[in-house]
Design a binder for this molecule. Structure first.
Ligand SMILES: C[S@@+](CC[C@H](N)C(=O)[O-])C[C@H]1O[C@@H](n2cnc3c(N)ncnc32)[C@H](O)[C@@H]1O
Length: 307
């Protein structure tokens, strides 16, 4: 095993998270390099980590365990910093670790906000970062499971000023709610699913009524594999509220099982082009040059839907 860990709780993280962190790093580095020269952006450009974690997760695999940089540290470490950094986290011990980042990065403006990001974003972020206020921002939405409400994403899109990377938790949704038959779903799970989707629209997209042995019942139309589910969410939800949305990048664990989809969404064309080329490069590395996943309806932007 690798290095000694401090006493106390740790954030375990799988080796597959490295891809997510690399994409985040590459996008943020390009984003602030572009924003640095934008004189109109008088009120700055802001980084918001909605599910921040402890900032220092522990990577565990068969051979070692060691601390790595979590998304807050990745964002703080880029050469051209954001004007401010807001880290939102619900778990008190992680909040305490995040606060230590203020000493470690004294030249960065850091705010740590304890609480549910669904409330914090709608109450504190989206009223302040808005297209008409000459400021911009980026929100990293990286939940563990199904704890991000559609209303939060909708409020973010409505500002016209915020871009997102969304970790769309396909494994979490499949495990919690999207079983082969709809009829057995509890009211609680159905309402969680409605909250994620923002309506009951998922029912007709995913299920159809078919004759069972004794009676007609709701069965899945097709298996809700990660890419399929990601595309449904993009086509029927994200692409309705953002001008540009990437194709989903499916992230798999060390057993090759899809865990979630990473999706970019935003309103700004430059941001979309940057995300498109970074995602495209990633896909080429992951799948080889001959299989370039994705739909490109405009024929101009790789891996991006443009509304
Ligand atoms: C996947 S981890 C974040 C990992 C981190 N983004 C990284 O890449 O290093 C999700 C985190 O969100 C926190 N969390 C869960 N629900 C939350 C909510 N509704 N609001 C804010 N934080 C939440 C959890 O405590 C956990 O630390």
């Amino acid at each position: 095993m690798g290095s000694q860990l401090d006493p106390g709780p740790v954030d375990p993280i799988g080796p597959w998270s490295a891809q997510k962190h690399q994409l985040l790093h590459d996008y943020l580095s390009s984003y602030t390099t572009v924003m640095k020269g934008q004189r109109w952006c008088r009120d700055g450009y802001h980084y918001i980590d909605a599910f921040a974690g402890s900032g220092r997760p522990v990577l565990r695999d068969a051979h070692e365990q060691r601390y790595i940089d979590g998304s807050p540290r990745i964002a703080l470490g880029i050469p051209n910093p954001f004007t401010t950094y807001t880290f939102i986290e619900m778990e008190p011990w992680r909040v305490a670790r995040l606060r230590e980042l203020k000493d470690e990065f004294p030249d960065r403006t850091i705010r740590v906000v304890p609480g549910d990001c669904n409330e914090v974003i709608v109450e504190k972020i989206t009223p302040r970062i808005r297209h008409e206020r000459f400021n911009r921002g980026f929100i990293f939405l990286d939940p563990f499971g199904i704890n991000l409400a559609w209303e939060t994403i909708e409020a973010v899109a409505e500002t016209g000023a915020l871009e997102i990377f969304l970790n769309f938790p396909t494994m979490g949704l499949n495990r919690a709610a999207l079983h082969n038959e709809l009829d057995g779903l509890t009211a609680e799970r159905a309402s969680q699913m409605n909250r994620v989707w923002g309506s009951e629209g998922w029912r007709d997209l995913i299920y159809e009524r078919r004759q069972g042995l004794w009676e007609a019942r709701e069965f899945k139309k097709a298996p809700t594999r990660a890419e399929h589910l990601g595309r449904l969410f993009i086509e029927h939800r994200l692409a309705k509220v953002f001008r540009h949305v990437s194709d989903p990048i499916v992230m798999t664990n060390s057993h090759g099982a899809p865990v979630y989809c990473l999706i970019f969404a935003g309103h700004n064309e430059t941001g979309a082009k940057i995300a498109g080329s970074i995602f495209d490069r990633h896909q080429r590395r992951a799948t080889g040059p001959q299989r370039r996943a994705g739909v490109d309806p405009t024929g101009t932007l790789p891996l991006i839907w443009t509304g």
